[in-house]
Ligand binder design. Sequence first.
Ligand code: GDP
Ligand code: MG
Length: 693
Amino acid sequence: MSGRKDIGKIRNIGIMAHIDAGKTTTTERILFYTGKTHRIGEVDDGAATMDWMDQEKERGITITSAATTCYWSNHEINIIDTPGHVDFTIEVERSLRVLDGAVALFCAVGAVEPQSETVWFQADKYRVPRIAYINKLDRLGADYYGTIKQMNEKFVTKCRPIQIPDGEGEFFGGVIDLIDMKYRTYDDESLGAKFTDKAIPDKLVEKAGQAREELLDTISDFDDELMEKLLQEKPVEKIDILRAIRRGVIDCNFVPVLCGSSLRNIGIQHLLDYIVAFLPAPGDLPPVEGQSPDGRKTLVRKADPDEPVTALAFKIATDPHAGKLCYVRFYAGEIKQGAYMLNPSSGIKERVGRILRLHSNKRTDVKSATAGDIVGIIGFRKTSTGDTLCDPKKPIQLKLMQFPEPVISVAIEPKTQSDLEKMTDVLGRLADEDPTFQVKVNEDTGQLIISGMGELHLDVVVNRMIREFNLRANVGKPQVAYKETITQSVETEGKFIRKTGDKGQYGHVKIRVEPIESNILMEFQSSINGSIIPREYINFVEKGIRQSMTNGVIAGYPLTGLRVTLTGGSYNEIDSTELAYEIAASMALEDAAKKAKPVVLEPVMKVEVVCPETFMGNVVGDINLRRGKISGMIPRNNLQVITAVVPLAEMFGYATALRNLTQGRGIYTMQYSRYAPLPDEISSKMFSNSMFA
Ligand code: GDP
Ligand code: MG
């Protein structure tokens, strides 16, 4: 249809990287060369445009994923800034969900660091096509080929250079492009905006020729036409190469590797060209899938403005001035400002008050949004992160986002007691934005408890409260979020029978409870027919079980990892009630948990320490004292990389400890791995007044 946007010209991308690899620096250059900013904001002087939250400027890291739009050779590129710190993996996951392609950014010195690996595997999970950009070729110790080698050792997808550097470290002079077979150098004075393409220098002609041959050989697997040309030794055109690589990238079989130095303004224009050339437009990917709201039918929506409106709210930002801003990815259809969209989770129709195109902290109002767009919407009242928004007449429910449960919590109280109400309200709003952050009131002490994915995560939340809402707080010591599970299968029953006057209470259930993987909260099933317990009560049996699971039997921690099967029970025509089945099921589960050898679970973390070899003994000894298990020790560029799994409870204050152990030369990263049973001797000491005393 004329006047409509060409969806083929949209690229929704993210830049994924280890912290400090240069994502912000690179994004700044992209915004500069695409004409969105007039000066380059340097991370180091805290002026970067993308890091719009004050706190991020101070920390020099990007915490929230701001969406920003820019334009390059007639294409619209929407960039979602994804964070690199592992405490915020949820931000990475949620961005991956709405992206069509990604730039995987590596540092030529650090190569494939553990967090880059994690993010890469997350991108594999969502089948996100990607291209790789190896940054910091100018740094001492830069190793382009070594980094590519590591990528191919660690990743399944083939990663091959489509560019090679002229020199590395202080000798890095420019980039040889193997598709154009040209040598590009950059002009310092224009901050790299001007560049020159020349013939490849003599000393590199042979190397470039060889690398190109290897490239063609690999990518001919993705394109028959190219394969034929090579076999018949016919000339290969640029468009053959672009087509073959694009196919390989979109099918997730191939990752082309580029090089540059963002800080020195080298390589960015190529990166933009190849984002457009290789990463998919929304319509190049399989159509989005969902279900009818009753869960009975699978529905498919193509990236087409004429399909019914289908969108996903992937982030909520609370702005002290504008109110609630909802970041929305449109998969299908077209919506105009002022129209209504249905949120099938809440059943509410939400009004599209304003539609905004976002450029980090600047916003422009637009009249409509269509398939493929990523925009901000103001006006939604009851929509949270992960909710679907759709055409009220053609409802669809997209796949739910899965968020990990918090692993750490602290008690928090306002410095001035009169602020308590405001604090409760602000924390609630922040929890709306971030599904991995939770707020609860401890029923015994009345204290406010906040929980999240790590010390830094909670630190950031508390700091936002201070800065944006002017609320000062006292914060307690961090506590690990323990859970409980069972280790045996048991069968048991629960009865709730009361006879009072005409109408009493009658609920009676038999259940079997078995242990399953602790990452799954509970699976409920029923193996009985309606003559034993009528169907309408079954939901209440499940409800009672879920309620009972919030308080474990050892120390009151929530239960996880159970499969519960309703195997029997009975029914009374006069006295049976929903409440009676709820209570009976609740009692049955508590009894089962006591009998099924319950254990306490604690979160364990994957830890990686990098330090000079001389300190290895210190580090390993210390990890052992922290109940850690060493899983690997390998050398990397004169340094040792030690990997281990260590209980989170033993990792508080590790940054300081590691500094002391290594004279400040060691660094570490850590991320949540899983829940594991707490050893008996610790459990019995900690919970001595529990049922095992
Ligand atoms: P992010 O954490 O991935 O966003 O990384 P930043 O963009 O904040 O960069 C981290 C640090 O690396 C900053 O001090 C940058 O100046 C520096 N840096 C980024 N790109 C380059 C580069 O190409 N060469 C060199 N030498 N330093 C760089
Ligand atoms: Mg950054």
